[in-house]
Structures are given as structure tokens and as C-alpha cells.
Design a protein around this ligand. Structure first.
Ligand SMILES: Nc1nc2c([nH]c(=O)n2[C@@H]2O[C@H](COP(=O)(O)OP(=O)(O)OP(=O)(O)O)[C@@H](O)[C@H]2O)c(=O)[nH]1
Length: 326
């Protein structure tokens, strides 16, 4: 039988100016020399929040006043099986200071600083960093209609300015238009100019991100998720691209975890008008997939922004939709 997981509570302390506190793991400890969030093991007699309060008091001398759980992820090291529980802490008493001799500093963390943080932290922390920078809403564009790409692009550009920024915007003109005719760089620029975070579907030749703005994310649909090599995905991520993936079941989730996708959509949660005939998996199945994920999970399929509290209760992170946003 698998060894039980050890719960690790982590404080993601965010200052009002957007800086986030992190320490350098001290010599002699697991992951020594890497940047890490303050926190540690939950004791058997503690709740998660009690453990968070104790760890942050002991380690950096602060008293937590407001914290919300933003992500939980399972991570296996060769010698230990962990469950990392990240709490975003936005109000506390005291100034964080090193209580255990570790270097401690608050650094900016936003979309542009994301890649530097990921490079400095252990791979396990990718999901935690992403949970601090990703918007909760992912708007997927509807496909091109009878009026063609020009009408679609005009509708997109006008809508972008009325969507509350920032959002993730997944550009999907759909199969009716040839990849070659889609003006991807111009579309991505329009999304960026409106303050959002563009995500595109790379064509099959896979060499495409050459020269692409690193702020543009790349989406792996089912076919790409199953065929893409981990090395290719790592290469995109090393250039700063966010990599998103479509998950429908345990097998596709395992593949997304293997490729270390930055976020996944899980669908269809409910039956939707855009995919007639597809039955929703329901919230219990969604929760099971969210629990096994190592990255932020967006519910997709018949969900709306008002479902966010329900999504959070089931271990999800955000909401993805076509019809809720267009
Ligand atoms: N504090 C902290 N630990 C992390 C992070 N990411 C991550 O994988 N871990 C792992 O989570 C565990 C944290 O537990 P800990 O800090 O109480 O454990 P430790 O090994 O330092 O102390 P120990 O000597 O009591 O075993 C370690 O195995 C650590 O490598 C992180 O961002 N912060």
C-alpha cells in the first residue's frame, strides 16, 4: 500500500504592492538553496489552519489574520509523499523576519515575474506560483461563424474591452478556418492590449512558438496533450509560455501532470449547448480529478462565474466557459 501523505501547509504572503515573501531553504534541509514558501508539516493534532498559524509564527514571526486556501496538490519526492496546501495570506500582524536563520525577502510576483520564480523554486511549487498569478476566469472564444474570420475578429476585439481584466482568453477560431489564415500574433496582441492573458492553440508543426511573445500561453487540446513530448513542453515553459491542457478523465489528467501543464480545464462538468449529446461528469467526478491534480483546475462545461464558490469547495480553482463570456 502507498505510504500516507504528509500535509505541508504553506503561507503565500502577499503584500498590498504585489510582492510575495519567500525564503531560501537553509543548508542541510531538503531542497537546500532553492526558493520556497514559509511553512511546514501539519502535526497530527492540528487543523490545517492551526498548523499554518503555528508554522508562520515559529518560522517568520507573524500572526496570520486573513488567509484563504488557494491550491492543494500532491507531490511525490523519491523519499517522501507530500500534500502541499497553499494558503494565500493577505493580512497579518508583524513584519516577516527569519526565525530559523533562513534568508527571507518579498519579491514582485506577477505574470512577468512568473518565469523567474519558477526557475528559482522546486518543480513542486509550479502549481503554487501559478495559483498566485492566474486569473480565476478563462474565456474561450466561440468558433468562427458564417461571416468568417473578419467578423469573428471584430466581435472579439470589441468584447475584449468589456470583459473584466485580467482574464485568460483562449483564442479558438475552430476547425472551419485554416490555421495558416489565422493572424495569431495580431490576435494575441489585441488580447494583451486589453489587459488579458492570451492562450493560443499551436498548430501541429510544433515549432511555432519561435519568436512568439512569451506572455502568450499555449493550449494542448486532447490530440496534442497525448502526442506532445515532455521535452517540448519544458522548452516552451523555459521560454516563459504558460501551457494549458484539456482534461476529461483520469488518463488525460495523468498525462497533464506528467507534462507539468500549468493549468487544466476539466470538462464537461455539466451538459452544455455547445456540445450536444455530451453528458456532464458531475461535481463528484470533477472533485476527484481536482484532488489528483498538481495545478490549478478550471471547471468547464455548463458552468458560470456564479459557480466559483462551488468550484472552490470541490478543490477547483477557476471557471472556463464560452457562453458565460461572449
Ligand atoms: N517550506 C516549504 N517546503 C516545501 C516547499 N515546496 C516543497 O516541496 N516543500 C517540501 O515540503 C516539506 C516541508 O516540510 P518542512 O519544512 O517541515 O520539512 P523539513 O524537511 O524542512 O524539516 P524537517 O527537518 O523537520 O523534516 C519539505 O520536504 C520540503 O522540501 C516550499 O515552498 N516551502
Amino acid at each position: 500500500m502507498d505510504r500516507p501523505r504528509t500535509d505541508i501547509v504553506l503561507g503565500l504572503l502577499r503584500e498590498p504592492n504585489g510582492r510575495v515573501w519567500a525564503e531560501i531553504r537553509p543548508d542541510g534541509k531538503h531542497l537546500a538553496g532553492l526558493r520556497a514558501f514559509p511553512g511546514g508539516k501539519r502535526r497530527d493534532d492540528e487543523t490545517l489552519r492551526q498548523a499554518l498559524a503555528r508554522e508562520l509564527d515559529e518560522e517568520i514571526g507573524i500572526r496570520v489574520r486573513r488567509a484563504r486556501r488557494v491550491i492543494t496538490l500532491n507531490w511525490d519526492y523519491p523519499d517522501r509523499r507530500l500534500r502541499l496546501i497553499g494558503f494565500e495570506v493577505t493580512d497579518w500582524v508583524g513584519v516577516p523576519r527569519s526565525g530559523e536563520g533562513q534568508a527571507l525577502a518579498a519579491e514582485p510576483l506577477d505574470r512577468d515575474a512568473r518565469a523567474d520564480w519558477l526557475a528559482a523554486m522546486p518543480p513542486a511549487n509550479r502549481g503554487l506560483v501559478n495559483a498566485l498569478v492566474l486569473p480565476r476566469c478563462l474565456a474561450i472564444t466561440p468558433p468562427v461563424r458564417a461571416d468568417g474570420l473578419t467578423g469573428w475578429q471584430a466581435r472579439l476585439e470589441s468584447r475584449l474591452h468589456s470583459l473584466p481584466a485580467p482574464m485568460l482568453v483562449n483564442l479558438r477560431p475552430g476547425p472551419a478556418v485554416g490555421q495558416a489564415s489565422v493572424p495569431w500574433p495580431a490576435l494575441a496582441r489585441a488580447v494583451l492590449a486589453a489587459g488579458h492573458w492570451p492562450v493560443v492553440n499551436p498548430p501541429a508543426d510544433r515549432s511555432w512558438p519561435e519568436g512568439l511573445d512569451p506572455r502568450v500561453g499555449l493550449h494542448l487540446n486532447h490530440a496534442r496533450l497525448m502526442s506532445m513530448s515532455a521535452g517540448q513542453v519544458r522548452d516552451w515553459q523555459a521560454r516563459g509560455h504558460l501551457v494549458t491542457a484539456a482534461v476529461h478523465d483520469q488518463a488525460t489528467l495523468e498525462r497533464a501532470v506528467e507534462l507539468a501543464a500549468d493549468l487544466v480545464t476539466v470538462s464537461p462538468v455539466r451538459a452544455t449547448a455547445t456540445h450536444p449529446g455530451a453528458r456532464g461528469m458531475g461535481w463528484a467526478a470533477f472533485a476527484e480529478l481536482a484532488e489528483a491534480a498538481a495545478m490549478p483546475v478550471y471547471a468547464l462545461g455548463g458552468v458560470v462565474v456564479g459557480d466559483l464558490p462551488r468550484i472552490w469547495r470541490r478543490g477547483g480553482f477557476g471557471v472556463a466557459s464560452i457562453s458565460a463570456f461572449w
